[in-house]
Design a protein around this ligand. Structure first.
Ligand code: ADP
Ligand code: MG
Length: 230
């Protein structure tokens, strides 16, 4: 308990700095992107210039998405818990992520319980959490041929059980141990914030996360979240 308290404190302080930095940087970026877009719409002086502007705009977009990832983690968990249907949110996030999976040549399948699975949660935080896990699973598969991500939702007497399985690159034990630590990433343009946020959301709700992973074979996450007792 002591350790996790300290970790939370550290995350909160860093989050605070990250949040104000992200806010401050976003505004001037928007201005620069706006002007570049204006220039881009004019008859281009030559092809090369047009190409350079396109690269600049897409790099600004990438910066913006990194910043939003910072902002999503740096907001303190908002509370705002409500009766939430996990099975519906899973369905929505599958749809949201399907084009990302397609782009990476990764199959995405869900065996969803058709009955509602009720938990007490903040729906936006759950959506962001599902997105983070699915995105990681897709990214883990992007380099393997025949990459597949499978999601399954089930329940037992007291918990919702969510299984997220991929046949991607997998992880060594040292990597598994670091999951959820702030800024832990093995990706060249990763932030290492996705799981920090997601682990906090799940733990705050009284849930658990367990991981089984083999390098070269894939990874299975099992997430539990307490069912809403009527
Ligand atoms: P990011 O995706 O920006 O790197 P995350 O917090 O989402 O940050 O993930 C942290 C790290 O955990 C990743 O860089 C990766 O090394 C590892 N990881 C997470 N999910 C998986 C997975 N499904 N398969 C393999 N590695 C994973
Ligand atoms: Mg991630």
């Amino acid at each position: 308990i002591y350790v996790s308290y300290l970790e939370n404190e550290k995350v909160n302080t860093i989050s605070h700095v990250a949040a104000s930095l992200a806010h401050e940087v976003r505004n001037p970026l928007t201005v620069v992107k706006g002007f570049l877009t204006l220039i881009r719409e004019r008859p281009a002086p030559d092809e090369k210039v047009a190409h350079y502007i396109d690269i600049s705009i897409s790099e600004i977009q990438r910066t913006e998405s990194i910043l939003s990832e910072f902002l999503s983690i740096s907001k303190p968990l908002s509370g705002g818990l409500e009766r939430t249907n996990l099975s519906e949110l899973l369905h929505i996030m599958m749809e949201v992520m399907s084009s990302y999976a397609n782009m990476n040549n990764v199959g995405l399948e869900v065996s969803r319980s058709d009955y509602p699975v009720w938990i007490m949660a903040n729906p936006d935080e759950i959506k962001q959490t599902l997105l983070n896990f699915i995105k990681n699973a897709v990214e883990a598969c992007s380099a393997v041929s025949n990459g597949k991500v499978a999601l399954r939702l089930d329940t037992n007497i007291q918990d919702a059980l969510l299984f997220i399985e991929d046949n991607g690159i997998g992880m060594k034990q040292e990597q598994v141990n670091r999951l959820g630590s702030i800024y832990f990433t093995t990706k060249s343009s990763g932030t290492g914030l996705g799981l920090t946020f997601s682990y906090q959301v799940i733990r705050t709700l009284g849930g658990t996360i367990s991981v089984h992973s083999e390098p070269g074979e894939g990874t299975q996450f099992t997430i539990t979240l307490p069912l809403l007792s009527e």
